[in-house]
Design a protein around this ligand. Structure first.
Ligand code: FRU
Length: 527
């Protein structure tokens, strides 16, 4: 059976598409014109979220910091704008803000190069280091489309992640039984002096933990699951240690769930907080099927991964996610690229009502892109009041606002684009929810789940709701409750941002403060 990674990517597509591509290529050649070169000024092109110049992108892979560079590898189709021919694309940054895209790092072979991770083998445990250069080691799933097998493969690089050599004795872990088995994420576990890998048996809703002394020979040491959300196949698991606000640390196991069982009727990411003894992960308070903690309440946050190798003196745990949904990712209306990442987010655990919750905040480096600042004074919110100065900041902007909500009705911001599109971001007092409403959002009707309102429960902080909003040309990320609740949503408005207004539908509310910035476009550059 074909591996059902994405709707619309069936095997039967391939010959038809191959024909279509051949015909288009010949016509373009005859007409003397190729596909338009990327300008980064295209409609919907994000200003400060990573996108490849052209073609398809899904999950972040191999995130690693080494020698002054953050690496972002990603699931990439070098041949087109739909899922297929998976290879690892590559971008680097020295500040998590400005990304330089490099060529394909690990191309498709007889296997597609599915998701995986990268580590620095400082101790040369695998024996690949040479001439004083420590090896960067990538571990990933090789998916064989002929046999449908998913096995784990290893490649290494001795030149700062630019070129990769395939290990001669791949696969390093064979598929133990039928069924999807993928997405290795590896880290060094100091207390037991060995490497630990998380993998997923998707259809069994089970994470497998493997251990190794040398990155080449692995044995299973425990499993976790089924637990939490089991209504769809599990993907891209990761176990990482996260700082607890106020001191100490705890372990987090994050797991993607694809299909239609997620909070927004598509894919989503759940997490478990607990302990890890070097062999087994134990969730605090047990892990029951049906009890779900969501990393993000929006439609578009999937397959996140944290950076390995961040220096101890920095000490942050940072992840980035793919800002799309497996449900409609193949159809989103962007060209000549398709797929974007969220901003990098710093992670911590915060105690609330006797439990630890995952909080996410945009990394502070992003503040470098803030330009013109606008501040608003305390003011009542009644009806709809346009904020001309805020709208003038444009469609790539950042807003931090706090308001005292009424007891009923909703209050927030309405962003209007062109004549018909509107996106609402606000607080629904009766349900104590923050929300993003893209039901009138615009130019994307391919999937009936897209036009929707997405909610997250939120607590008041001293009587006020605080929202931190990152707006880009085709996305909104809302951080509420100091990052405890996040809603990430793609938007595809019909026209440019034309107005921003405060609005309240019930009793009058009050804006306590608002600061906003125009956000500059990232610098991209070439190698
Ligand atoms: C998640 C995922 C992974 C897989 C990759 C293939 O989006 O399905 O499980 O490795 O994408 O592109």
């Amino acid at each position: 059976m074909f591996n059902p990674v994405f709707a619309g990517a069936e095997r039967g597509d391939v010959p038809v598409r191959a024909w279509a591509i051949a015909v288009i290529a010949i016509c373009a050649w005859l007409a003397g014109c190729g596909a338009p070169a990327p300008t980064y000024e295209e409609r919907f092109r994000p200003a400060y979220h990573f996108t490849p110049a052209q073609n398809w992108m899904n999950d972040p892979n191999g995130l690693i910091y080494y020698d002054g560079e953050y690496h972002l590898y990603f699931q990439y189709n070098p041949r087109g704008r739909r899922w297929g021919h998976l290879s690892w694309g590559h971008a680097v940054s020295d500040d998590l803000v400005n990304w330089r895209e490099l060529g394909v790092a690990i191309p498709e072979r007889e296997v597609m190069i599915f998701s995986g991770s990268a580590v620095m083998d400082w101790r040369n445990s695998a024996g690949f280091s040479a001439a004083g250069a420590p090896a960067m080691v990538a571990l990933y799933t090789g998916y064989n489309p002929r046999t449908d097998a998913e096995s784990q493969f290893l490649s290494y690089s001795l030149d700062r992640g630019r070129t990769w050599t395939e290990y001669g004795r791949n696969p390093i872990i064979r598929q133990p039984r039928e069924g999807a088995f993928r997405d290795p994420k590896v880290f060094w576990h100091e207390p037991t002096s060995r490497w630990i890998m998380t993998l997923v048996h998707s259809n069994e809703r089970r994470v497998a933990f493997y251990a190794s002394e040398n990155l080449r020979d692995w044995r299973e040491v425990s499993t976790f699951g089924p637990a939490g959300l089991v209504g769809g196949p599990w993907e891209t698991p990761e176990l990482f240690e996260a700082p607890v606000e106020g001191g100490g640390s705890r372990w987090v196991l994050s797991v993607g769930v694809t299909g239609r069982a997620g909070l927004t009727a598509g894919s989503g990411v759940q997490y478990f907080v607990g302990a890890f003894d070097g062999e087994r992960f134990t969730a605090d308070g047990g892990a029951r099927v049906g009890e779900v903690s969501w990393a993000d309440y929006g439609g578009d946050f999937y397959a996140p991964q944290t950076w390995s190798g961040i220096p101890a003196e920095d000490g942050r745990r940072i992840w980035i996610g793919w800002m799309s949904n497996t449900r409609y990712a193949n159809e989103t209306p962007t060209t000549p690229w398709r797929g974007q990442m969220t901003v990098p987010r710093e992670l911590m655990l915060v105690e609330r009502n006797g439990r630890l919750h995952l909080a996410q905040r945009p990394v502070r480096e992003l503040e470098r892109l803030r330009r013109h600042e606008v501040s608003l004074q305390r003011q009542p919110i009644a009806g709809e009041a346009p904020l001309a100065e805020i709208a003038a900041l444009g469609g790539a902007a950042e807003y931090e606002l706090a308001f005292a909500p009424p007891r009923s009705g909703e209050v927030g911001l309405v962003l209007r684009y062109g004549e018909v599109s509107a996106v609402r971001i606000g607080y629904d007092a009766a349900n104590a929810h923050v929300f993003v409403d893209r039901s009138q959002g615009g130019a994307f009707d391919e999937d009936d789940s897209f036009r929707a309102r997405h909610y997250a429960p939120a607590e008041l902080d001293g009587g006020v709701v605080r929202l931190h909003i990152l707006l880009d040309h085709s996305s909104v990320e809302v951080f509420a409750d100091d990052g405890l609740r996040v809603i990430s949503d793609l938007i595809f408005p019909e026209g440019p941002l034309s107005s921003v207004a405060l609005y309240a539908t019930g009793e009058a509310a009050e804006l306590t403060s608002m600061q906003a910035w125009r956000i500059a476009a990232m610098e991209r550059g070439a190698d």
